[in-house]
Design a protein around this ligand. Structure first.
Ligand code: NAX
Length: 329
């Protein structure tokens, strides 16, 4: 059966990197045909239409149809998967409240359009920042669609964290598992190595033989490097993360749809797990079972980790309050 995938912001950078990976079968596998719906704002339509021409020229056997539109009703029609990448970036002089309001004005109506037009089993992944709160707003506006179907991307943070550990230990990145991202996709996120393994052994034990004081290494080096990696890429490359963000989006959606026995991290709705207030979309350790994310429960959280999780969750609460105060939730 053909899967219908809606991509917002399809005329942007991440959209451009994502489209060709999807068409090549990297998302759902080499035997799954896809239909693409590219949703843009009027200023982005030309770029999205250009990408559609190139998709045609790619002669991708799995790609059945591409539609480009600026109408959310058409864009989300029959969507099985919605990738919400398009967002309003922070402009010069824009306060955080302005940014939240501008994005609420995008993600609220998109949530409503998803509820009205998408397939009944739609699964939504929000990439556009502030991703967690945008996902919260979309979920709140999507009457009748369970909040569990709205997620925010924190897989890029996890991939960055795994890569840092692998590089520090000079091991293949595939050997580094169970790295958890907690909280918000922002500078307050907590990349947690307490459960991480390297070739089946404790990552913290392995790291302590390489870096010495592993707590100090996390505080002074690892956490700031992971949380600040987006800024580092901008500084070195002169432009924000694009292909790595697209790749992480593919990882997230593929694991969600096809299942993952391994733990990964995703921004999903809290039911109060680990003391995270109900209803927030926060990053947790998750596993995908039968097509839905399950939070990995029962992990012991030490005092040091608790304070870091709480700080990031406090930021999510602030964002929720700010959006509520604007009357947008
Ligand atoms: P671009 O500015 O290249 O592209 C964004 C596109 O979205 C533009 O073509 C714009 O016209 C379109 N757009 C804006 N409003 C829209 C709407 N209402 N409906 C449909 N399309 C709309 O940004 P890009 O580099 O592609 O990044 C996209 C988003 O990803 C940004 O918000 C960025 O901050 C976020 N990121 C999130 C990451 C994550 O891990 N969650 C990492 C990478 C990235 O920073």
């Amino acid at each position: 059966m053909t899967t219908t995938i809606t991509l917002t912001g399809a005329g942007g950078q991440i959209g451009y990197a994502l489209l060709f990976r999807i068409a090549a079968g990297d998302l759902l596998g080499p035997d799954e045909p896809v239909r693409l719906r590219l949703l843009e704002i009027p200023q982005g339509l030309g770029a999205a239409e250009g990408a559609a021409l190139e998709l045609q020229d790619g002669a991708f056997g799995l790609l059945e149809h591409v539609e480009v539109t600026d109408d959310p009703a058409v864009g989300f029609d029959g969507a099985d998967l919605a990738l919400l990448v398009g967002a309003r970036p922070r402009g010069p002089g824009m306060e955080r409240g302005d940014l939240l309001a501008a994005n609420a004005g995008i993600f609220g109506p998109q949530g409503a359009a998803i509820a009205a037009h998408a397939a009944s089993g739609v699964r939504v992944t929000v990439v556009g920042n502030p991703a967690n709160t945008n996902a919260l707003i979309a979920a709140a506006s999507a009457d009748g669609v369970p909040a569990e179907r709205f997620t925010a991307l924190t897989r890029l943070d996890e991939n960055r964290a795994r890569a840092q550990v692998a590089q520090t230990l000079s091991v293949p990145v595939d050997e580094v598992r169970q790295v958890i991202i907690w909280g918000n996709h922002s500078a307050t996120q907590f990349p947690d190595l307490s459960q991480a393994t390297v070739a089946g052994q404790s990552a913290l034990d392995a790291l302590s033989t390489t870096v010495g004081d592993v707590r100090a290494w996390q505080e002074d080096s690892f956490i700031p490097r992971v949380a600040g990696r987006g800024a580092e890429v901008i500084q070195v490359r002169g432009s924000s993360s694009v292909a790595s963000a697209a790749s992480a989006t593919i990882d997230h959606v593929r694991d969600w749809v096809l299942g993952s026995e391994e733990w990964t991290s995703a921004g999903v709705v809290s039911h109060g797990e680990y003391g995270v207030p109900e209803g927030l979309i926060s990053s947790f350790p998750v596993r995908s079972e039968n097509g839905s994310w399950q939070i990995v429960e029962g992990l012991e959280i030490g005092e040091w980790a608790r304070a870091r999780i709480d700080a990031s969750v406090a930021e999510l609460l602030d964002e929720r309050e700010a959006v509520r105060a604007l009357g947008m939730l």
